[in-house]
Design a protein around this ligand. Sequence first.
Ligand code: C2E
Ligand code: CA
Ligand code: CA
Length: 409
Amino acid sequence: MQSASHIKILILDDDTFMLKLLTRMLTKQGYATVSSCDNGVDALKLIDHADTCPDLILLDLNMPDMDGIEFVRYLVDRQFHGSLILVSGEDERMLRTAEKLVHAHKIPMLGYLHKPVNPDKLSEIMKKWEPPSLENKPQPNKKIYRAEELQSAISNHELMNYYQPKVSVATGEVIGVETLVRWHHPTDGLVFPDRFIGIAEENHLINELTAFVLTDALAQAKIWHQSGLTLRVAINVSMDNLTSLDFQDLVVNMVTEAGLSPQKIVLEVTESQLMGADTRIPLEILTRLRLKRFHLSIDDFGTGHSSLAQLRDIPFDELKIDQGFVHRAWTDDTLRAIYDASLSMAKQLGMEVVAEGVEDQNDWELLRRTGCDLAQGNFISRPLQAADFSNWMEEWQNRLRNGLIAGFL
Ligand code: C2E
Ligand code: CA
Ligand code: CA
């Protein structure tokens, strides 16, 4: 594990006096590996080499050639997995807008500093730094997988389900899990679904993939239920799964064979996909599954363009507010407005609401204050292998008992 003093820090500012000043402040605070650049092009060169790529960048927003915002775009292209601190002489509003932009790009931001920089404020923000988690770390090679590779991964059982808990916000009780598939690639290590679900969809492999995920998830659900843990198990269903009525038969048969109740199975479908071109067949399949008492969930709510009327037409039980509108909604008015609207819309339609991407205590407290039903996110638990689930349950119970979760004291 990397200790804080060994964080590789890069300061990028066109003002060389500022570079010296910040370097001195950081060195005084015990950070030994600090480099600096007075322009974006040189900074990107450092970022492009593994041994000089920083863990943290202090970035000036206003620079003459490549400004801070443009620089952030290049960081995104490079899948930079370190953190950022923005430094600027601009006013609070400008800094907050820039912060939102960085967030939208999913680059972790520790905070922003006003010029002239106050050493105490710097030290306070630096304390927030933590090593990037393996879960969020992008794959070093951005290899595009071929359909045949994915096909053989499915056949060779290289895909593996992880499970992320969904807990009741009011009581802390563990209500269910979401199944998230990963590919344990023999040479590339852990590959995340965003890199292969699209390939499965484009190459008619998605039914096979979903069947594989479902088989394992049902077997796991059965193990949990037999041990007295009657968790609701959710799986992600792609729109391409819903193009033929065969899918509905497959799901019904598999659940019946496993001896499970459909009420304990949740099918998550992404909102933006649902609002696509011809949704008649998918809607028919979903409605039929709903009639069989499967739970239906609208995923990533807020990212698509659904209208209230469209929502009324679809018999959903659960609405998942996209993580982009949950994390930091407690402090950001724009996010908060979308979060509030989604929550109240779902409540009016009698749906259960899950907030995704609950990353810290502040997020969790917003959920408690606003009466959100369920929470999911790294604050509660990262997606886990089934074998690690009971250990996590114990830890979670301890956190509740020890009052770590506000409101359970
Ligand atoms: P999703 O359904 O929105 O799943 C939630 C994603 O957010 C997961 O990423 C999860 O690891 C991540 N996450 C959980 N908690 C936090 C948090 O606190 N903060 C942040 N920033 N992220 C968090 P993952 O596992 O990489 O999955 C990405 C997407 O891939 C999923 O998004 C889902 O749409 C898709 N997917 C995963 N498994 C399957 C599957 O079996 N079939 C299909 N069709 N799609 C799948
Ligand atoms: Ca999902
Ligand atoms: Ca989601």
